[in-house]
Design a protein around this ligand. Structure first.
Ligand SMILES: NC(=O)c1ccc[n+]([C@@H]2O[C@H](COP(=O)([O-])OP(=O)(O)OC[C@H]3O[C@@H](n4cnc5c(N)ncnc54)[C@H](O)[C@@H]3O)[C@@H](O)[C@H]2O)c1
Ligand SMILES: O=C1N[C@](c2ccsc2)(c2cccc(Nc3ccc(F)cc3)n2)CC(O)=C1Sc1ccccc1Cl
Length: 345
């Protein structure tokens, strides 16, 4: 008999997949930051990596495997073949092409849509009960594309949305108030990310697409607006509304300085994964199907505060929005619907 048979007697065959298996598609800067955060925060003990770049994929897998002893013996596997993702509880998609010089967002969306056609149906084939968490940009439109391609119910297709925008907002608020970010409460909802450059005749208008809910910004329940009624407006001589602009500027600043973003998005995604796998019903600003919410009629995904559990989005918090906030959501919804209508699936 072999050494192994002398060493171990079998009591029962070990099952191949536990309940916390996570697949990450795309082992670029974002995908690897997500995988590393998930493993070092012990969110999952069974992480699968998938990409089209076979060498990079194998290198990242080996490099993480060598650290297994420091990650509570988590299992890390990888393949360009999607069968490796079988029975994943959560599939995180960070794959995609980056915006090329002078490429319009629309070109990028069609290119990433074509990439998704090769990813989403494969993931669902091997894990029909999975939850999809989309990170690739433009994340709200690509979450819609993933929902259409997957055929999964709306509660199980989620976009990272304005979760990162809100995290940066709370960090900047904490810097201003000298209070820990976890004690600075503030929500950015709506469309993720940067301005939509809107060409209007010879000029162009910068639209800040995400929506900070100033009426709710608070520390220990004390709302900034109760102390200064102009907070968040341009009548405020303390210019608190600068914080929203800084959320967008800091994204560009990181790109300018290091060429990409990874740590904050990776950490925020691992927190979403933790809420889902632990069925915690934590509330996060994530991109969800918002049809029939806040008077929106189009089939679009935007970020609202959602409770996250093992079945994905279970509830949406019904916030009281001002007319301006509603108008921003409706503008985003109309713009995104137009882009979605032009996509070839
Ligand atoms: N939602 C957010 O808040 C947020 C924040 C940061 C970045 N992002 C987005 O995340 C995405 C990834 O960013 P990144 O910096 O990691 O890019 P990257 O170029 O470093 O990585 C992309 C990876 O996708 C892989 N890929 C390409 N086509 C594939 C396919 N068909 N199947 C599997 N894998 C494929 C590439 O091989 C590459 O490894 C981008 O779209 C970026 O805009 C989103
Ligand atoms: O931190 C980032 N970095 C990115 C990035 C990462 C690698 S290359 C670019 C970023 C940074 C700045 C702008 C921008 N615009 C963009 C718009 C549509 C797309 F399809 C892709 C990118 N994207 C991708 C992204 O979404 C973020 S969050 C972000 C971006 C802009 C404003 C506010 C936030 Cl919270």
């Amino acid at each position: 008999t072999t050494l192994k048979d002398q060493l171990l007697t079998t009591v029962t065959e070990s099952v191949s997949t536990g309940k916390n298996k996570i697949t990450v598609v795309g082992v670029g800067q974002v995908g690897m930051a997500c995988a590393f955060s998930i493993l070092t925060n012990h969110v999952s003990s069974d992480v699968v990596l998938i990409d089209v770049m076979a060498d990079k994929l194998k290198g990242e897998m080996l490099d993480l495997q060598h650290g297994s002893a420091f990650m509570k013996n988590a299992k890390v596997s990888a393949s360009t073949d999607y069968s490796v993702s079988v029975n994943s509880s959560l599939c995180i998609v960070t794959a995609g092409a980056r915006q090329r010089e002078g490429e319009t967002r629309l070109d990028l969306v069609q290119r990433n849509t074509d990439i998704f056609k090769g990813i989403i149906p494969e993931l669902v084939k091997y894990s029909p009960n999975t939850i999809l968490l989309i990170v690739s940009n433009p994340v709200d439109i690509l979450t819609y594309v993933a929902w259409k391609l997957s055929g999964l119910p709306k509660n199980r297709v989620i976009g990272s949305g304005t979760n990162l925008d809100s995290a940066r907002f709370r960090f900047l608020l904490s810097q201003k108030l000298n209070v820990a970010p976890t004690s600075c409460h503030g929500w950015i909802i709506g469309e993720h990310g940067d301005t939509s450059v809107y060409y209007n005749y010879e000029t162009f208008v910068f639209l800040f697409v995400s929506v900070p809910l100033w009426s709710g910004v608070n520390v220990a329940g004390v709302r900034l607006r109760d102390l200064n009624e102009y907070v968040g407006t341009d009548k405020d001589e303390e210019h608190w509304n600068e914080l929203h602009k800084q959320v967008i500027q800091s994204a560009y600043q990181v790109i300018k300085l290091k060429g990409y973003t990874s740590w904050a998005i990776g950490l925020s995604v691992s927190q979403l994964a933790s809420a889902i796998l632990r069925n915690s019903n934590q509330v996060h600003a994530v991109s969800t199907l918002v049809t029939d919410h806040h008077g929106i009629k189009e089939e679009v995904f935007l970020s609202l505060p959602c409770t996250l559990g093992e079945d994905g989005v279970t509830h949406i918090v019904q916030q009281k929005l001002t007319d301006n906030e509603l108008a921003s959501l409706h503008t985003s919804s109309a713009m995104m619907h137009k882009v979605q209508e032009s996509l070839k699936f």
